[in-house]
Design a protein around this ligand. Structure first.
Ligand code: HEM
Length: 389
């Protein structure tokens, strides 16, 4: 079997290729993309690559193209400084403080579903609005711009996975201008001594470098973009993937309805089985020899978290969705210095969503599997039609 992330059967379900990669092709070279890239898939190799940041650098971006370092899309010390700047918004206390807001928003979304037709799109009516409204609040931008955020965050991931990003230039300028305006307004308020909220916008807009000057706009904007996209699309996919797998086999959903103590494990098993980010890229700073193959210096390397999550040397029956398994650390949020800062927020949203859905819509049914989202390196449903009784 030849493998490529762009083959129709792999696009349709990336899991069709994991065992081949793991067992027969642990270092894969893909020449269908410009620039060509390598893929690492075994758990131990993925772990090593994410920990050894000197060899596997983030300096040229997380995507398949070589990009300029900006904000947190960089190596230490730049990465460390910028990550520290926003850390405060993601402490356990700060995340837990979001719980009432997540719960009441979830209730509102379920109210709207209950007022509408029996058959509804779970993506559009639930899994999409929940994270985007929460991240808009954390950032401090109006959630009334919701549909526009959807367009922009879809565009950001298209740009990341595309060989030629120039076609997105006009829309990208509009997005940058929108974020820049919000940032400048907030900066103006800070300078005028106004009482400003302690949100991510304040943390980024007010941040100064060691010389006392504001941090460069390009870094600030990169961070705001990363937060908007990172906090949005991925969590939507977690929630759609989770409900898809639970309803695909009605006994799984029934088990959750009967026993809420399974919720936490169900969320973790979804992240292992269907990671919303299939993998991100690093660039090697020297030749790497692995499994008898040499990856030449300065290659783009796709670190395939999704395949690592199916490595049978780590997980028993890896291709089975089993929410009772005792969970080992999965790779869905990466590892090491770039470990997803929003992981506790995403987990909170998925957990609260599941808790409310089982209480208020226990008789849900899957109509069909809907459609996959577009970008090859991401995994989620863009539609998920459900029926409520
Ligand atoms: C299920 C949902 C999510 C998934 C699967 C996910 C996945 C990831 C992964 C794999 C990384 C590592 C990047 C790398 O190694 O280069 C990452 C980093 C990051 N994520 Fe998430 N993420 C999720 C939710 C969130 C949320 C809710 C936020 C914000 C509220 C967020 C913000 C970020 C940021 C800012 C980084 C960069 C961290 C750094 O470079 O130090 N993510 N995410």
């Amino acid at each position: 079997m030849s493998w490529s992330p762009f083959k129709p059967d792999i696009i349709e379900d990336p899991a069709n290729g994991h065992q081949h990669l793991l067992k027969e092709c642990p270092v894969h070279h893909c020449e269908e993309f410009d620039p060509s890239f390598y893929t690492l898939s075994r758990y131990a190799d993925v772990e090593e690559a994410l920990r050894d940041i000197e060899t596997y650098s983030s300096h040229w971006g997380q995507g398949p193209r070589f990009t300029e370092p900006a904000g947190m899309l960089a190596d230490p010390p730049q990465h460390t400084n910028y990550r520290k700047l926003i850390q405060q918004a993601f402490t356990p206390k700060a995340v837990e403080a979001l719980r009432p807001q997540v719960a009441s928003l979830t209730d509102e979304l379920i109210d709207t579903i209950l007022d509408g037709p029996d058959i509804f799109d779970f993506h559009d009516q639930f899994a999409f609005p929940l994270p985007v409204i929460i991240i808009a609040g954390m950032l401090g931008v109006p959630s009334s711009d919701l549909d526009q955020f959807k367009v922009w965050s879809d565009m950001q991931v298209d740009i990341m996975g595309s060989e030629d990003p120039t076609k997105y230039m006009d829309e990208q300028m509009k997005f940058q201008a929108y974020m820049f305006n919000h940032m400048m307004n907030r900066r103006g308020e800070i300078e005028a001594g106004k009482d400003v909220p302690e949100d991510l916008l304040t943390m980024v807009a007010g941040a100064r470098a060691n010389d006392g000057a504001y941090i460069p706009d390009s870094d600030a904007l990169s961070m705001l973009n990363q937060l908007l996209v990172g906090g949005n699309e991925t969590t939507t996919s977690l929630i759609t993937n989770l409900m898809w797998r639970l309803l695909e086999e009605p006994s799984r959903w029934q088990a959750i309805v009967n026993d809420e103590s399974l919720i936490e494990n169900a969320v973790e098993e979804s992240l292992r089985f269907d990671p919303p980010v299939l993998g991100l890229y690093r660039t090697n700073t020297k030749d790497v020899e692995l499994h008898g193959q040499v990856i030449p210096e300065s290659s783009k390397i796709w670190i395939n978290y999704a395949a690592a999550n199916r490595d049978e040397s780590v997980y028993e029956n890896p291709d089975e969705f089993d929410m009772t398994r005792s969970m080992k650390r999965h790779m869905a949020f990466g590892l090491g210095v770039h470990f997803c800062i929003g992981a506790p927020t995403a987990r909170l949203e998925a957990e609260v969503a599941l808790r409310k859905l089982r209480e208020r819509l226990p008789e849900l049914e899957l109509m069909d599997a809907g459609e996959r989202i577009g970008p090859f390196f991401l995994w989620g449903r863009r539609t998920l039609p459900l029926r409520r009784r």
